[in-house]
Ligand binder design. Structure first.
Ligand SMILES: Nc1ncnc2c1ncn2[C@@H]1O[C@H](COP(=O)(O)OP(=O)(O)O)[C@@H](O)[C@H]1O
Ligand SMILES: [Mg+2]
Length: 419
């Protein structure tokens, strides 16, 4: 095969594609910066980007982004660069593309004065197959002409002009609403982050005294010469304290379950299933429940080991709990999995009493619990599973007919990285 950018002298050899040239001449406004925050060194730009920003490629490559594109010093409340910086930092932090609200962004003319432009930017991450972050792509659409047209049309008086004005007002409205939506979404994300921190903090602060209390009760139970009635109360207190610890763990797990996966994380499915089942086997044995794993394929799933463990443990533990009222010879929980293109489909099926149809839509919501005698929980287990799975781009669901058992399923993306 001929090497890129090299002619091997054969007259009929296909000319090699010069990817650099193709990129630079692409009809899109693209800027590529190194992920070396806070400097963000510029490493590539398309001609279209240079034209729109009135820059020359040779003059901007290798320079820090915010030195080349500083805020307009004549603007008393410059926001452009700080919003861009925050957006790039969000992308680095989350790994997900970040769409910025419509920006008013001044560009510097050769004579040093500024010209106002309107941008609709999106920032995204370019990482190599091993998940090491290397570059950020800043893609913008220049909507200045659209904004100007709207203003020009507003001044024209004929009928067509009026219609045009109305149309463009609608479009402008859509832009404005999009901006509001993006602001609201960001606000929600910030609040979710704060709530998560808050919940984690509270849970942590409660866990310490609970642990101390539990230890003291154990000591009391063993050491003191207690009369039988007091001993029974102390034991009961111990059980309640343990239950409180479990509830706090559940809350903490729920609070943390919305986090997106770090780039490149993966977990081997078969190991995770066997690990979860062997953790739960002692409890299942005690409850006379048979746990089975059916031909689990060896697949790398795109999530951290703890995530898969939490999903499986919640589903299998629920299934075991649901079998309490079933005759012992029919207490079976089976885990199955198959690959379905870019996803893996995992099912946890039990031979229990089933879940009434009218609960199927709500069962994944926090604090929703079924009719049966549930062992311990707050009703956060399935909500945690759903949030974990959805934060990883997956889906969850349930199939169940009363009297004939229940199957919970989750779909999770398979890791795209080569092993
Ligand atoms: N396999 C199952 N079979 C029957 N009911 C189930 C099953 N899994 C969950 N449920 C019902 O769904 C409810 C919610 O489950 P979950 O969110 O894990 O909360 P928790 O376990 O804290 O009660 C449970 O209270 C239970 O009634
Ligand atoms: Mg549960």
């Amino acid at each position: 095969m001929a090497r890129e950018g090299e002619s091997n002298g054969t007259p009929d050899a296909e000319p090699a594609l010069d990817f650099r040239q193709v990129f630079e001449e692409a009809p899109a406004l693209l800027l590529v910066v190194r992920a070396d925050a806070p400097r963000f060194t510029i490493v590539a730009a398309t001609d279209a980007y240079c034209n729109a920003t009135l820059t020359r490629r040779a003059e901007i490559l290798g320079r820090p982004l915010f030195e080349v594109f500083p805020d307009d010093p004549s603007d008393p409340t410059p926001t452009g660069t700080s919003q861009l910086r925050r957006s790039l930092e969000r992308v680095l932090h989350s790994g997900a593309p970040d769409t910025m609200a419509l920006q008013r962004y001044p560009v510097r003319r050769q004579d040093g004065t500024f010209e106002t432009r309107y941008w609709a930017p999106v920032n995204l991450l370019l990482s190599d197959p091993r998940g090491r972050i290397q570059f950020l792509v800043h893609r913008v659409e220049d909507v200045t002409a659209f904004i100007d047209a709207r203003e020009a049309a507003a001044q024209s008086s004929d009928r067509a002009g009026e219609l045009q004005v109305q149309l463009e007002r609608l479009d402008a409205e859509v832009y404005a609403r999009t901006q509001d939506l993006l602001d609201a979404k960001r606000e929600l994300e910030v609040r979710a982050d704060e709530l998560e921190l808050f919940a984690a903090r509270i849970a942590h602060d409660i866990k310490n005294p609970i642990a101390t209390l539990g230890l003291r009760l154990e000591v009391l139970e063993r050491r003191a010469a207690l009369d039988p009635a007091s001993l029974a109360s102390v034991r009961q207190m111990g059980e309640q304290v343990e239950r409180m610890g479990g509830l706090v763990d559940g809350l903490l797990a729920f609070a943390r379950s919305g986090a997106r996966p770090a780039p490149g994380v993966r977990t081997e499915l078969r190991d995770a299933v066997h690990g979860a089942l062997s953790d739960l086997r002692p409890g299942a044995d005690q409850a006379h429940v048979e746990l089975r794993a059916e031909a689990i394929p060896e697949i790398e799933v795109a999530c951290a080991p703890g995530v898969l463990a939490s999903v499986l443990t919640n589903l299998v533990r629920n299934a075991v709990d649901a079998l309490q009222g079933v005759p012992p010879e029919r207490r079976l929980v089976e885990v199955r999995a198959r690959r379905d293109e870019a996803r893996v489909h995992v099912e946890v099926e039990d031979s229990g009493p089933g879940i009434p149809k009218e609960l199927h839509a709500d069962i994944f919501r926090p604090y929703v619990r079924g009719p049966g005698p549930s062992a311990s929980g707050l009703g956060l287990g399935l909500a945690t599973v759903k949030r974990l799975v959805e934060a990883h781009g997956g889906d969850v669901g349930v199939r169940s007919e009363p009297g004939r058992g229940t199957a919970f399923w989750v779909d999770l993306p398979v890791s795209r990285d080569p092993g």
